[in-house]
Write a protein that binds this ligand. Structure first.
Ligand code: ACO
Length: 377
């Protein structure tokens, strides 16, 4: 009874060599590399290789990985047809989860411990997720999906498939960095959910679709969408303080603030804020940015004593809005990055697999007498 920890807070669920987090100091490392260094010097595809295989690739290795990813961008027309049958008003995260679950039927790969199966499953998922998200986003507005272009890099191609035009290079660079920042984050809820599925030896498509479902909730990936909605609801810099005071008095949470692990400002929020600033300097400021800055200021003043500061989702939404990405696509964009972390943990789990089967503390009644229906009041 004494070691029960609600939400498994502080309970190690795995031994891992993938990422390191120090929530007191605001440090995040992927495979021993600081996130600030990767955001500045690497790109999403190289970081994906690093996370999956544990080291930076050589030039030929990166070339092969990149070529494989490009060649797997297309999705089968049946996947497109499947998405056409979904309701227009359905959330894109639910469509993504359904499409990814269906992918597994097209690429049956039950021998999940085989490194070749792991490589090809990982490549297919990282390559196809942007195509699925973009195709669904277009079809729900009645537009035809735009096929992927193999000459464009990962982020540029995604924005192209979404809008039909090649994005400004800086927009694509910022999205690429945002994908790096979202690629991995130790034992978070969606990774844990994916690992539970992985521990049953389910295939990579099942693992990822399970993780996508978990990411969709507002306390996890869904927060970025709600943060932008909150900024809109606040409406003006002058209204920030009254809004926050009212929320706190009602014991409600301010979206985008707080993190189970970080007790200082999330290092990814620091980087995203700099990227937002860079984009606004170039393309003009989002009217929500001043509201965000004031929300951070007042929120920190009121909540820093509890270790509550902006998390990664605090600035990601206003960055994506500037790229003209629809608000309900923010979490799917998060998934385009995080799929790498889920897959890295999937591969690691299979090296020394134990099925997850925690226990529980039973608090219900026992040995009850069964009354026939006509005797129940
Ligand atoms: N606004 C106001 N108060 C908060 C906030 C917040 N955003 N977050 C935590 N608190 C308060 C709680 O009310 C609680 O106060 P109390 O001790 O006086 O009751 C205390 O801080 C601890 O809160 P918990 O919810 O128990 O902290 P936990 O570590 O379980 O939760 C979480 C972390 C879920 C992220 C929480 O901070 C939250 O709900 N934040 C808003 C949603 C959000 O931004 N989620 C995105 C997280 S990042 C990501 O998933 C990528």
């Amino acid at each position: 009874m004494s070691d029960y920890s609600p939400g498994l807070a502080g309970v190690p669920a795995a031994k891992s060599r993938i990422s390191y987090l120090d929530g007191q100091k605001g440090i995040l490392e992927y495979r021993g590399f600081r996130i600030e260094v990767l955001a500045e010097k690497s790109n999403f595809i190289e970081t994906a290789y690093l996370l999956l295989f544990g080291r930076l690739p050589t030039a030929p290795e990166l070339d092969r990985f990149s070529t494989d990813l490009r060649s797997h961008r297309r999705i089968k027309y049946r996947i497109t047809d499947l998405m056409k049958c979904l309701p227009d008003h359905g959330h894109p995260m639910d469509a993504l989860q359904a499409a990814v679950a269906a992918l597994g039927m097209f690429y049956p790969a039950k021998n999940v411990e085989n490194p070749e199966v792991q490589y090809h499953s990982a490549v297919r998922l990282i390559a196809k997720l942007p195509t699925i998200v973009a195709a669904h986003a277009r079809m729900r507005h009645g537009d035809e999906p735009i096929p992927p272009r193999l000459d464009l890099n990962h982020a540029t191609n995604f924005l192209y498939m979404l809008t039909g035009k090649e994005p400004e290079p800086m927009m694509a660079e910022v999205l690429d960095t945002a994908l790096i920042l979202h690629a991995e984050h130790t034992m978070n809820a969606s990774t844990f959910s994916g690992l539970v599925a992985a521990s049953t030896l389910a295939d990579a498509y099942t693992v990822v679709s399970s993780a996508i479902g978990t990411l969709s909730g507002p306390l996890h990936g869904g927060a970025s969408e709600q943060v932008v909605e909150m900024f809109r609801e606040i409406g003006s810099v002058a209204n920030v303080r009254p809004y926050i005071e009212k929320k706190l008095a009602a014991k409600q949470k301010i979206m985008g603030l707080g993190h189970r692990e970080y007790k200082v400002k999330d290092p990814r929020a620091v980087i995203l804020q700099k990227l937002a600033q860079k984009m606004f300097d170039r393309y003009g400021k989002s009217p929500l940015y001043d509201i965000a800055l004031e929300t951070e200021r007042v929120g920190t003043e009121r909540l820093a004593s509890k270790g509550i500061h902006p998390n990664v989702d605090f600035y990601s939404g206003i960055v994506y809005e500037k790229m003209e990405i629809d608000r309900d696509l923010f979490t799917p964009v998060f998934a385009l990055g995080r799929v790498v972390g889920w897959l890295a943990h999937w591969i690691e789990q299979l090296k020394d697999n134990h099925i997850f089967r925690p226990t529980e503390i039973y608090e219900g009644e026992r040995e009850r007498a069964y009354l026939p229906l006509d005797q129940r009041s």
